[in-house]
Design a protein around this ligand. Structure first.
Ligand SMILES: NC(=O)c1ccc[n+]([C@@H]2O[C@H](COP(=O)([O-])OP(=O)(O)OC[C@H]3O[C@@H](n4cnc5c(N)ncnc54)[C@H](OP(=O)(O)O)[C@@H]3O)[C@@H](O)[C@H]2O)c1
Length: 298
C-alpha cells in the first residue's frame, strides 16, 4: 500500500518508516525541512509543512496515498503551553488540513495521539474512558481526535504513552539524556509522582503497521505493559548499566513546577490491542537493553 507519513523526521517517524519499508509498503515520508531519516533510500521524501494548506494539497494530489499516518506534532507540553496559538495551528488545524486532503481521495487516516488527553486521576486507561486533558498540549490533541472522529472515511486513533528507545536524528530523549549526564557526573532530578506505561518505540511502530495491514479502525491504546514512574525508569536503567544512582534525585511536582501540568497517573490497559492486533510489547527491561545496544537493529 502507498503510505504517507507526517512527522517522518521525528522519533516515531524514523522507526515507522523503517518498519513500513521492511513490510514492502510504498512509503511517502514527509517532514519539515530536509530529510533526516535514517533508513535505506527505498522511500520518497517530500518536504511538507502540514500547516500550509497548499503544500498538503500538492503532496496529496501527487501521491494519492491509500493510508495517512499523522505522526507529526508539536509534542512538548511546555512548548505548547508557552506558544498556544502555534500549538493549536500545528496540532489541531494541521490535522484538519490533512483530513481535508485525505477526504478527497478517501485515504485510511491514522492519527497518533497521547495519554495526555486524560486527566491522570485514574490510570490504566481504556479506549472508552472519558478524556479530560489538564494541559494545552492534551487539549490540542483531543480537539484533533474529535475532528478525526468526524472524518467520513476510515480512521484510527492510536494513543500512546512516554515513548522511549534509541534516539534517532541525533536528538536525545529522557533515557539517553540521563545516561549521558550521569556518565558526565551531572545530577538529574526526576519525578516520582507520575505513573506511566512507557512504550518502546519499535513496538509502537509495529502496532501502527499492524493497524494498516489489518485495516483496524477505531481507537487503540498502545503502550508497554509495565507501570513505572520516570524515576523508576531511570533507576532501572542505572542498575542495568552501572550508573551512579546518587546523581539521580527523586522529586515531585511540589519541588519543580513545570509550565504545563502533567496528568499524574496515566498508563494504558492494552487488552484491546492484544486481542485485535496481536500486539505484544516487550518488557521495560528488554526495551532498555535494545535502547542501548551498540549495533543498529535495522
Ligand atoms: N514521544 C512521546 O513520548 C509521545 C507520547 C505520546 C504521544 N506522542 C505522539 O506521538 C507522535 C510522534 O511523537 P514523536 O515522539 O515522534 O515526536 P517528535 O520527535 O517531536 O516528532 C514530531 C515531528 O513532527 C514534525 N512537525 C512539527 N510540526 C510540523 C509541521 N507543521 N509540519 C510538518 N512536520 C511537523 C517535527 O518536525 P521537526 O523535526 O522539524 O521539529 C518532528 O519531526 C506525536 O503525535 C506525539 O504527539 C508522543
Amino acid at each position: 500500500m502507498r503510505v504517507l507519513v507526517t512527522g517522518a523526521n521525528g522519533f516515531l517517524g524514523n522507526y515507522l518508516i523503517q518498519e513500513l519499508i521492511k513490510r514492502k509498503h510504498e512509503v511517502i515520508a514527509t517532514g519539515k525541512g530536509n530529510c533526516r531519516i535514517k533508513a535505506n533510500d527505498t522511500f520518497v521524501y517530500e518536504e511538507m509543512d502540514f500547516t500550509v494548506v497548499q503544500s498538503v494539497k500538492n503532496v496529496f494530489s501527487t501521491y494519492k496515498p491509500d493510508v495517512v499516518v499523522h505522526a507529526g506534532a508539536m509534542s512538548k507540553p511546555d512548548e505548547c503551553e508557552d506558544n498556544r496559538e502555534l500549538a493549536f495551528n500545528v496540532n489541531t488545524q494541521g490535522t484538519i488540513n490533512l483530513l481535508e486532503a485525505a477526504k478527497a481521495i478517501n485515504s485510511f487516516f491514522i492519527f497518533i495521539s497521547t495519554d495526555f488527553v486524560f486527566d491522570g486521576l485514574k490510570g490504566m486507561y481504556k479506549e472508552d474512558d472519558i478524556p479530560a486533558p489538564v494541559n494545552y498540549y492534551g487539549q490540542t490533541k483531543l480537539l484533533a481526535e474529535e475532528k478525526v472522529k468526524e472524518y467520513a472515511g476510515e480512521w484510527s486513533i492510536v494513543r500512546t504513552v512516554l515513548v522511549y528507545g534509541r534516539p534517532q536524528s541525533g536528538r536525545e530523549n529522557l533515557l539517553s539524556l540521563v545516561k549521558t549526564k550521569n556518565e558526565n557526573g551531572e545530577v538529574f532530578k526526576i519525578f516520582t509522582d507520575q505513573l506511566r506505561t512507557p512504550t518502546y518505540v519499535k513496538d509502537l511502530a509495529l502496532a501502527i503497521v499492524s493497524i494498516i495491514d489489518k485495516k483496524a479502525i477505531g481507537i487503540f491504546h498502545i503502550s508497554g505493559a509495565d507501570q513505572l514512574s520516570p524515576y523508576e525508569m531511570v533507576i532501572r536503567m542505572a542498575e542495568m548499566f552501572g550508573l551512579n544512582k546518587e546523581l539521580i534525585l527523586p522529586i515531585t511536582k511540589d519541588d519543580l513546577k513545570e509550565k504545563a501540568l502533567r496528568p499524574p497517573l496515566t498508563g494504558f490497559d492494552i487488552s484491546k490491542a492484544k486481542a485485535v492486533l496481536n500486539y505484544s510489547p516487550i518488557s521495560f527491561n528488554e526495551g532498555l537493553r535494545k535502547t542501548f545496544e551498540i549495533k543498529n537493529e535495522n
